[in-house]
Structure formats: C-alpha cells, structure tokens
Design a protein around this ligand. Structure first.
Ligand SMILES: [Zn+2]
Length: 510
C-alpha cells in the first residue's frame, strides 16, 4: 500500500486527532430492562499477511531478535486461541497475496492452500489479491474452502456482485453478520488489465444496502474491510448501525480498538507479526456491544506448537519454489557489474526495459536497489530475485521540462545517491558542477513540455532526496507492477542480453 507524502501527513494528522479525541477503553453501557445473559463473542483477526509464509525477523542487524510469524506458527497461535475460545470468529482482512516468491510463482494459490487448512470464518479481498488478474482470482476463490466476501466488487459481465457480499454466522445464541469490503479506489491501486470486467461500487452505499438486509437477522454487524484506517473511520461516522470494523490495507497497528461513532475499529499491522484478539459481550436483545477487551498477540516463534497441517503445505510449496527458482530464463553474454557512482550496464539495462515497458520518456532506478552483480552465463529466476529482492512497484511521475532541468542539476549537486537512468544523454563537467549538454530521446529539453518518468515507489517515497521535488509538485500514477516482474518479463522476451554501457552519462573533464 502506498501513499504519497502530503496525503500521508494529512492522514497522520486526521488519524492522530481521531485517536486523541476518542477514548478507546470506554465501555458502552446500556440500562437493561430485563436481565438477559450477554453473549461473549471473540474475534481473532489479522490483515496484510503478504505471503510471509515463513517465520522472519522483523528487524535486521539485531542478533537478539526473535523470529515471528510464518503461517504454521501463526496457525498454531490460532489453534491455541480456538482451544480457549471455541467458536471464535477468525477473520482475515485481505492482502494475503504478494510479497514472497511462492505467492508470485503460484499466483496467490499458495495462500489459498494454506488458508484452506486454517479455515478462517471469513476473508475479504484486498487490492493485492488482484495482482495476477481477475480470472486468476476467480480460480483461487473456487479452490477456497472458506468464505471470501466483498460487498462492492461488481462483475460487469455477470451483472452481479463478484463474490458473496456477506455471511451470517451463528455464535452461541447470537447471530453475527460479516460484510466484506474493498477500497473505493481499487482501480487506481492495481493495473487496469487486472480488474478488467469489474466495477467498484460505492462502499458506503453497498454497506448501507447490506446493513438494511442483515440488521433484522443479526445481533452484531461486522465490516471486514480492506480499505485502510482512514476510510474505515469515515465509514464508521456514516453508518452508525455498524458495531465493528476489522480492517486492513493501511498496515496500521492499532494497539487498542479505536471507537468512532460507537463503532469499534481494529487493525493489526502487517505480515503476521501479530494477531488481534477482541473479546466482546453482546446484548442480543439490544444488539449492542456491552463491553469489550482487546489484546494483540505477538506471534513469537517457539511459544506455541506450529500447526502441522499448515506446516506441511508451507513446506511442500517451498520445495516447488526451490525448483522453480532454478529455472533458466535467459542468457547473459557480459558480466553485469553494479556501479553506485555512475553508469553501469546492469543499471542501464534495468532502466531501459522499465522505460520501454511503460512507454515513458525517462526511467530512474536507485543504485542501492540493485543488490548483486551477475557473471555472464545462464540467468536463473533466482538471480533476478536476488538482484531485485524488494517488492517495489513502478510509479509514473509527470513533470515539466523546467522541473526536469532542475532535477538534473540537483542530481549533479547530490551525487551520493547515484540514480541509474534511461532516456537521457547527459554531458557534464564535474569540476564546474555544470551540465554541458542534455537530451531526452535525442531532443533538447523544452521547459514548457511535460515529461514522464518511470521509477519505483522507493524513489518516489524519497523524491525530495533523490530529485529535489516534493510529491505534491508532480503528477503521480501508481501502476502496482513490481519492478522485478518487469525484469523477468524482459529477460524471457530478449533471451540473450549483451548490452554494454553506452556513455549516456559523460563527464567531459575526463
Ligand atoms: Zn492493500
């Protein structure tokens, strides 16, 4: 999930004001006319797992850090909680796909096979579930033996909601409605071709519609949302009939539920480092939460018995991946050698194929994001994962010629973070700190013309540092495409790669 900077600041301001103004532990009290035993309803939840199927250390460089997460281990925690709270609702708020090789190679099916063992009560579709296209997601949903819900994804061809919008679960003597939801601007956070044939309906209207449908039939209404904390807060202010929103997408770690308009909002970070555990007492006559307790559980390895069935699936998927990663996808005729201070053949190639893929004028790649050299010979899929291990996605920036000229001078003034590039030829004098000659696609830069740049979201996230341009000073378009996928696609197409450096960045002092 990505935000541009200004948006982020705006969100942080709003979110912190919400948190400050809202008392999280306020108990909802209702005078009861008749003593009816409240129903305890327990909810276990997580979100944005991003295929982190193996336990990992959340921070590097700390030898004392313990492993957390991994699906067998996380499922072990769920098992032990289910032991204590039989019938607990187990809710996954989406974005289980994308983040490790196994998800990319199996197109998310790995996550379905694992979740088939965990059997969550419900799963809501996140934007990354669309990373391998609509048809693929359909196949995944067919394979799933658990309920996948989303109230606002509309299948245009079928003229109906893409998957079940909600379900109602019996819990003791209470009925719980769970409504799935995806972010309204899904289409701007995934590739258009990956959501072909789908419309995203207004989340507020859809939730209101289904709330009307379920409120007579249920005692508790939960929205299982993949739209981010800010949008969840807005939804809570608009639909007071909701009791609870279990959220995802913004990777927000709420240490306690945030109460907005009497609706509790929970979200528990990302990557399975923690599980959220919400214990509510529900008045089944008034259909309200009387009280709640919340805790999060850090999924430290070694404290519970990992779920053996999930472990088997994770291990067998890993074995398949080991094979796949050894696939030879092309041949390298020259050694690819990185250069953090100037032009390099690997940097040129990465930028050339990225620029070509997105049809932009220019492409930029941070040198530090190219993680290894590669000697001539066969190129294995694994090599590309090692060269580009991050799941950075490509963003298209549009700037004026005037901004571009300033950017190039800024680059010359700030050589520490050398950026590899394509589309430009630059002659400069290091001693005079001056650009002597520059062309874009063999033409001089026109100040009043606009230019497009393909780069990754890391560079965009640090555009002030890399380019001297703030995010709100340019037009940005996210593509959702992982940079590494562009490289793999290009190698499969080109087959043999022999590009050398071509002097696109020339210091005339030498
Ligand atoms: Zn998301």
């Amino acid at each position: 999930m990505k935000f541009i900077n200004t948006k982020k600041i705006f969100l942080v301001l709003i979110i912190s004001s919400l948190i400050l103004n809202v008392s999280c532990f306020q108990f909802l009290s209702k005078t009861l006319n008749e003593p009816v035993k409240p129903q305890e309803i327990v909810i276990i939840h997580w979100n944005d797992f991003h295929a982190a199927n193996l336990p990992y250390k959340p921070t590097y460089n700390n030898p004392n850090e313990i492993f957390v997460g991994g699906y067998a281990n996380l499922a072990g925690y769920i098992d032990s909680l289910r032991g204590v709270y039989p019938g607990a609702l187990v809710l996954n708020a989406g974005d289980d796909f994308q983040g490790s090789p196994v998800s990319s190679i199996t197109k998310g099916m790995s996550q379905i096979l694992i979740l088939n063992q965990i059997k969550p009560t419900a799963f809501t579709i996140g934007n990354h579930e669309f990373d391998y296209g609509t048809d693929n997601l359909r196949k995944c949903i067919q394979k799933a033996n658990f309920d996948i819900l989303s109230a606002n994804i509309f299948d245009v061809n079928q003229q109906k909601i893409f998957t079940d919008p909600y379900k109602i679960v019996q819990y003791g003597n209470a009925k719980v409605a769970i409504i799935g939801l995806v972010l309204d601007d899904l289409k701007s956070s995934v590739l258009p071709e990956n959501v072909k044939g789908l419309d995203i309906l207004d989340s507020y209207k859809q939730v209101s519609k289904y709330v009307d449908e379920v409120k007579g039939k249920s005692d508790l209404i939960i929205v299982l949302s993949h739209q981010g904390f800010f949008a969840d807060s807005v939804l809570a202010t608009r639909v007071p009939e909701l009791d609870l929103i279990i959220g995802g997408h913004s990777h927000t770690w709420l240490r306690e539920p945030v109460q907005v308009n009497n609706v509790l909002i929970c979200q528990v970070g990302a990557s399975g480092e923690r599980l959220g555990l919400l214990k509510t007492k529900v008045d089944v006559q008034q259909d309200t939460i009387l009280s709640f307790q919340y805790e999060f559980i850090r999924t430290e390895l070694g404290k519970v018995k990992p779920n053996p069935d999930v472990g088997k699936v994770v291990d067998s998927l890993d074995a398949i991946i080991a094979d796949k990663m050894n696939e030879i996808i092309g041949e390298l005729k020259v050694d690819w050698i990185r250069n953090g201070r100037g032009e390099s053949n690997i940097g040129n190639w990465i930028c050339d194929v990225t620029r070509e893929e997105f049809g932009t004028d220019i492409a930029y790649q941070n040198s530090g994001g190219i993680r290894k050299n590669l000697l001539s010979g066969p190129i294995k899929l694994r090599d590309i994962w090692e060269i580009s291990p991050f799941d950075n996605t490509i963003v298209i920036a549009k700037i004026s010629g005037k901004q571009l000229i300033n950017l190039l001078q800024y680059r010359l003034d700030n050589t520490r973070d050398f950026l590899q590039f394509s589309g430009l030829r630059i002659k400069f004098s290091q001693s005079k700190n001056k650009i002597i000659d520059v062309t874009v696609n063999q033409k001089p830069i026109k100040e009043d013309q606009f230019y497009t740049i393909a780069t990754n979201n890391y560079v965009i996230g640090h555009s002030a540092r890399f380019w001297g341009i703030e995010n709100d000073e340019m037009e940005l378009k996210t593509t959702g495409v992982i940079g590494r996928d562009v490289l793999v696609k290009a190698i499969r197409k080109e087959k043999v790669i022999s590009d050398e450096t071509d002097g696109r960045y020339e210091n005339i002092d030498k």
